[in-house]
Design a protein around this ligand. Structure first.
Ligand code: F6R
Length: 608
């Protein structure tokens, strides 16, 4: 995720900004920049790439001198990584400079309004509209101007602003994106997380949504959107630096598991406007969709498991045949792909060598390529005809969690959108799907509240040597992900089986005390899965059921059960995967594994 750092004090701001941004590097970024008031003007310096490139530019410019400034590390969402798209962004007359984390959902309409009123835009970002809008509303009172501007913004933001006419203060505001104020002695800071400032101060104020702060070197004031002053407590942080990077979580994986409501919301909500899915990035005409006669999904690992979910969802809604392929297999077989095939490449990193090769092969065969990718400007994104970016933010733990969940959300959006275009979804069903998809982040949050119960359960099971995961239909697709998650981080042997397939061989491995994790959420096959649970229980297995709250029959026959909230069957994978992620995490933790960097694994697999 992007990082924000701001400084108001008596020292040279540049040093402190760069120092803070360096501490935010762990979050991942593709460009960086700073803006400092030098006594006359706002001086901005920014560059694509690592911070060292920005530092080199600053040295060549004989640095920028000044005691107030804002800095940013950018993780691209709107517009590729480039010098121009890096933050800070300035208004046309360079009076305001802005750094921003989050997504301004209505930026396109604000941008065209501002262009018509004479503003010149120099980037492709959503953030630049904030700087331009500030100038548009400027009434000489910076606080009022900021409040007026915020009222027009839809979406999420943590913002730091400096204004040439008010050079003593930084203005900060937030909605659905974290922002803290660091309280120092004759100096104050803003930052997107504690890591950036922990070496300078341990006293912080956490801004809440709808609060705006003005920060000077020796004065901090906080207001609500009505410009009423608010009193806030200062909080003391006693984390060490490594805990600060993880926001107090023991591992990045747990942090990322807990970030899933936000990752899914960021992916979904900018794409649903007034109850309609708007996918500006995918230009499929109805004519093309009618001709498209087959869909191939190519991906690796967890992204392949998203493809397995997608097959069920797409075939059910679009009634088009789908083949899901492990990319390393697809690239060396002779797939029957042609110009009427749509190939969907799914990848968090956008750099996985096998997925890229499968994409290139499909392109040669004439297929159209749609990719679902988390990293803007990555190779897979660049080589695709259409790109759907998941806005999960950077994932640091090797085992994917939030990117997987954002990819599932992408599949639902794409499928419902195309289904409607093809006339496969009635108006009533369309509205139902929209309200279900919008409910996912909140239901994910509710499901994550199972963490403590799952931890306690894991304490009884972490010494096991083999665990089986079973399910049917979409539950089978989720079981595959659960099994992979457990294996890769805890090194416990795990197998995922289609529940009906067990009796064709694997059931001979089940003996007294074997743990079988049965995901059973799909109504159409529930009684079939119940029979399979009975079969393994009869052979001595202990069964953990992952099911819905209302499914009392299943809860009764299982030895343990983790219950997820109700949601339509097609979207249950978004919830049922969560107990499996948490279970794997706690088992790995209890076994003392290196959770964020499991042995032999790499985050981005750029070799065959
Ligand atoms: C598992 C995991 C891997 C990746 C796979 C594909 O937790 O992270 O299985 O899903 O290596 O990577 P991307 O999505 O970057 O193509």
């Amino acid at each position: 995720m992007c990082g924000i750092m701001g400084y108001a004090g008596k020292k040279e701001a540049i040093e402190l900004l760069l120092n803070g941004l360096e501490r935010l590097e762990y979050r991942g970024y593709d460009s960086a920049g700073v803006a400092v008031y030098d006594g006359k003007e706002l001086k901005v310096s920014k560059a694509k790439g690592r911070l060292k490139i920005l530092k080199r530019i600053l040295v060549n410019n004989k640095k920028i001198k000044g005691r107030i400034g804002i800095g940013h590390t950018r993780w691209a969402t709107h517009g590729k990584p480039s010098d121009k798209n890096s933050h800070p962004h300035t208004s046309t007359s360079e009076k305001f400079a802005v750094v921003h984390n989050g997504i301004i959902e209505n930026y396109a309409s604000i941008k065209s309004f501002l262009i018509n009123s004479g503003k010149n835009f120099s980037s492709e970002t959503d953030t630049e509209v904030i700087a331009q809008l500030l100038e548009y509303y400027d009434n000489g009172n910076t606080l009022e101007t900021v409040i007026r501007t915020l009222k027009d913004l839809e979406g999420s933001y943590a913002i730091g602003i400096i204004c040439k006419d008010n050079p003593e203060e930084i203005i900060a505001a937030k909605k659905d994106n974290p922002l803290i104020i660091g309280v120092g002695k004759n100096e104050n800071f803003i930052a997107s997380d504690i890591t950036a400032i922990i070496s300078k101060t341990r006293n912080i104020i956490r801004l809440k949504d709808g609060e705006i702060a003005t920060i000077k070197s020796n004065e901090i004031s906080i207001y609500n959107m009505n410009k009423d002053a608010i009193k806030k407590d200062i909080q003391q942080i006693n984390w060490d630096i490594s805990a600060a990077e993880k926001c107090g979580y023991e591992h990045f994986m747990l942090k990322e598991i807990m970030e899933q409501p936000e990752a899914i919301n960021n992916t979904i909500s900018p794409r649903i406007k007034n109850g309609r899915i708007i996918l500006d990035e995918i230009n499929f005409s109805t004519e093309y969709l009618k001709k498209m006669n087959k869909i191939f999904i190519v991906a690796c690992g967890s992204a392949y498991h998203v493809g397995c979910v997608a097959k069920y969802v797409i075939e059910k809604i679009l009634r088009k045949p789908v083949e899901v392929d492990i990319a390393s297999e697809f690239r060396y077989r002779d797939p029957i792909v042609d110009k009427n095939s749509l190939v969907i490449a799914i990848s968090q990193s956008g750099e996985t060598a096998d997925t890229l090769a499968a994409l290139r092969k499909s392109k040669q065969l004439g297929a159209r390529i749609l990719s679902i990718v988390n990293v803007v400007g990555s190779s897979i994104a660049i080589e695709s005809d259409d790109v759907f970016y998941t806005w999960a933010g950077p994932e640091i733990a090797v085992a994917t969690t939030k990117a997987y969940s954002a990819q599932l959300a992408a599949i639902y959006l794409i499928c419902i959108c195309l289904g409607e275009k093809l006339g496969k979804i009635s108006d009533i069903d369309y509205d139902k799907y929209i309200s279900e998809i919008l409910s996912i982040p909140q239901k994910v949050q509710e499901t994550l509240a199972l963490a403590n119960t799952i931890k306690e359960f894991s304490k009884e099971k972490y010494r096991l040597k083999n665990i089986f995961f079973i399910g049917r239909n979409l539950d089978y697709a989720v079981s595959m992900e659960g099994s992979l998650k457990l294996k890769e981080i805890s090194y416990v042997h795990a197998e995922a089986y289609a529940a009906g397939e067990l009796k064709h061989g694997t059931i001979s491995l089940v003996e007294d005390g074997t743990l079988v994790v049965a995901t059973a959420t799909q109504k159409s096959v529930l009684c079939k899965t119940i029979s399979n649970i009975e079969e393994v229980k009869a052979r001595g297995a202990q069964v953990l059921g992952i099911t819905t709250k209302n499914n009392l029959n299943l809860q009764k026959i299982c030895d343990f059960a983790f219950n997820i909230p109700e949601i339509c069957d097609l979207m249950k994978p978004s919830l049922s995967v969560l107990p499996l992620q948490l279970f794997s995490y706690f088992i790995a933790m209890l076994r003392g594994c290196d959770i964020d960097k499991p042995r032999n694994l790499a985050k981005s697999v750029t070799i065959e």
